[in-house]
Design a protein around this ligand. Structure first.
Ligand code: SAH
Ligand code: SF4
Ligand code: F3S
Length: 458
């Protein structure tokens, strides 16, 4: 025991139920909260009703994301009434933005903590046991939580690693700069140490996370350099990073896509809109043309690169012509995958107070058009994989007995009938069929020489 806690307390068996919404950084944070609480005897449980502590790790990005928190709290309230000893904690971005409102609307909540303070959970749990009201910790502390987190218990084969947090870009529509705070990069050595430890624990892919992951910088160099250093770790088969901003895509990172085979040929590069007027109103700091040229440079560096993006339909002031410009950009670039959203006004952001709000029905109509186009592109990309030989990283059992599941280099979910021994390996398989959201694979016939096969879908 390194915690200096009384042995009896440390050994007490407690159950922890964590509910996670939002982006992959929240998924990472939830895993780390479990790591922080493990020395107190908390082991994860799938069920809320037998838990001794329930954590809601929340997302504030769109209105419906925030509302889920309050409806879940309503659903969980009877649990607290039946067993008052259960500790309820609300973490993440809603906690950061609306801590007081949570306490007002759900007074039975014991702990409210922001994304930067959860390393203090043991202390908060102790205080909650003593306090009458809620313990609220939504500071942006001077110390970094990363310096106070224990090692991860059991990393996944595809493991998340947060390397950068926060955002200074203040896009008109977005709450992240307010909920996550200013941009900060973790030191290269800390990242490499965590990566080595994840790989030693069985991870074969590392997904580098950050709200602006390509704004990461160390003492010498940016993300391109970090990727090259990570690629030296033996047994680390794949590296990817998300989410990147077009403005932070420097030459060295583009070159890393050419030079580093472990860097997957897939990039999530949000564009939000194809209209220069809207991009300016959004404060994105680049034009549609800049984005197109950036994609060209990336594809030159890595010809089999597939792209994914985020699109917002109906930002304030968006005209029918702006919407057409977005559809045109989507057609020009061609995305293998994408996320698209109806603009959702968020309290405190400039766009929420802007004139020219678009009626809901019109936002719905534009979003439907965008999604139809993106769906077609995704399905076409998946269909193009049929008959090809593709390297799949198998990460776990499939949905049906006897199946294994994994991801193609382009992040498509792949399932195949095959032995569990494939899990944790990167294996060349034949794609039998490209479905709208996944690929069905079969083992490569021994007579087929993978060396002569085309390892690309695009
Ligand atoms: N840092 C990333 C995005 C983080 S938020 C970037 O700069 O691209 C994830 C996505 O949610 C955004 O890309 C955007 O498409 C969407 N989003 C953010 N705020 C939104 C809002 N108010 N309404 C609708 N979509 C929003
Ligand atoms: Fe939000 Fe813009 Fe920052 Fe992305 S870059 S997190 S969209 S403010
Ligand atoms: Fe949501 Fe916060 Fe992530 S608002 S998208 S959980 S940074």
């Amino acid at each position: 025991m390194t915690t200096g806690m009384p042995v009896a307390e440390a050994r007490a068996k407690r159950r922890l139920h964590v509910i996670t919404w939002g982006c992959q950084m929240n998924v990472y944070d939830s895993a780390r909260m479990q790591d922080v609480l493990a020395p107190l005897g908390y082991a994860p449980t799938e069920r809320a009703d037998d838990a001794d502590m329930v954590i809601l790790n929340t997302c504030h990005i769109r209105e419906n994301a925030s509302e889920k928190v309050f409806s879940e709290l309503g659903r969980l309230r009877p649990l607290k009434q039946a067993r008052p000893g259960v500790i309820f904690a609300v973490a993440g971005c809603v906690a950061q933005a609306e801590g007081q409102e949570i306490v007002a609307r759900a007074p039975f909540v014991d702990i409210v903590m922001g994304p930067q303070t959860y390393h203090r959970l043991p202390e908060m749990v102790a205080r909650a046991a003593r306090a009458a009201g809620a313990v609220i910790d939504t500071e942006f502390p001077a110390e970094s939580k990363f310096d106070h987190l224990p090692e991860s218990a059991a990393p996944a084969i595809s493991a998340f690693l947060t390397i950068q947090e926060g955002c200074d870009k203040f896009c008109s529509f977005c709450v992240v700069p307010y909920t996550r705070g200013a941009e900060a990069s973790r030191p290269m050595e800390a990242v490499l140490a965590e990566a080595r430890q994840l790989v030693a624990g069985g991870a074969r892919e590392i997904v580098l996370l950050g709200q602006n992951v390509n704004a990461w910088h160390g003492d010498v160099g940016g993300l391109g350099r970090l990727v090259r250093k990570l690629a030296e770790i033996p047994d680390l088969l794949r590296i990817r990073y998300t989410t990147s901003h077009p403005r932070d895509m420097d030459e060295d990172l583009v070159a890393a896509h050419r030079d580093v085979p472990a860097l997957v040929p897939f990039l999530h590069l949000p564009v939000q809109s194809g209209s220069d007027r809207v991009l300016a109103a959004m404060n994105r700091g680049h034009t549609a043309d800049h984005y197109r040229r950036l994609v060209d440079r990336l594809r030159e560096a890595r010809p089999d690169l597939a792209l994914s993006t985020d699109i917002i339909a109906g930002h304030p002031g968006e005209t029918a012509a702006d919407h057409q410009a977005t559809l045109a950009l989507i057609r020009d670039v061609g995305f293998a995958q994408a996320f698209s959203f109806k603009y959702s006004p968020r309290p405190g952001t400039p766009a929420a107070a802007a004139t020219g709000q678009i009626p809901e029905v019109e936002k719905d109509r534009r979003l439907a058009e965008i999604q139809a186009l993106l769906r077609d592109q995704q399905h076409a990309f998946n269909r193009a994989c049929a008959g090809k030989s593709v390297k799949v990283l198998f990460t776990g059992p499939g949905r049906h007995p006897g199946q294994v599941a994994g991801r193609s280099p382009w992040l498509q979910p792949v399932h195949m009938t095959g032995p569990a021994s494939l899990i944790g390996t990167e294996t060349i398989v034949r794609i039998a069929e490209g479905h709208p959201n996944s690929l069905a694979a079969e083992p490569l016939h021994p007579a087929q020489d993978p060396q002569t096969e085309e390892l690309a879908c695009a």
